[in-house]
Design a protein around this ligand. Sequence first.
Ligand SMILES: [Ca+2]
Length: 149
Amino acid sequence: MKKWLPFALLTVSGGVFGSVFAMPQFRLTAIQQLHYDKLDPLWEYSGKVMSCTFCHVNRGGGAPWNVFGQALQKGFQANPKSNFDEVLFTVLSANGDSDGDGYPDAIEVFAHTLPGDPASHPDRPLAELEQEFAAAGGVAMYAPKKGGK
Ligand SMILES: [Ca+2]
């Protein structure tokens, strides 16, 4: 009887809460911290908001990581005691362009393109986006929430 319990739990959680439980914590944090949850009221269930290729090479996630994912890994190595949300904010605040497509990572986040894939980038002039980004609050919009999540 006992050996069936994990299977039974998987079946139950795979139903209603499947997407939420299947979504890794880093992705859950990033989606909310970068306001991607505002794109779809059912983001927790659709699983389509912010693809794994935001940080990973493969659509299914896991190793290897793309250049933006590697920037986050380096951030963790530099500050091993930091939480993910702090590392993410530090990397975005550095105003780097991980994939070298001419659009800084934070601008790509703002424009909903992939900061780790040079084939994905905004199709509008950088100066125009930078102005909009600054008017919306700039990188401070992506600061970790004080007092934890
Ligand atoms: Ca890009």
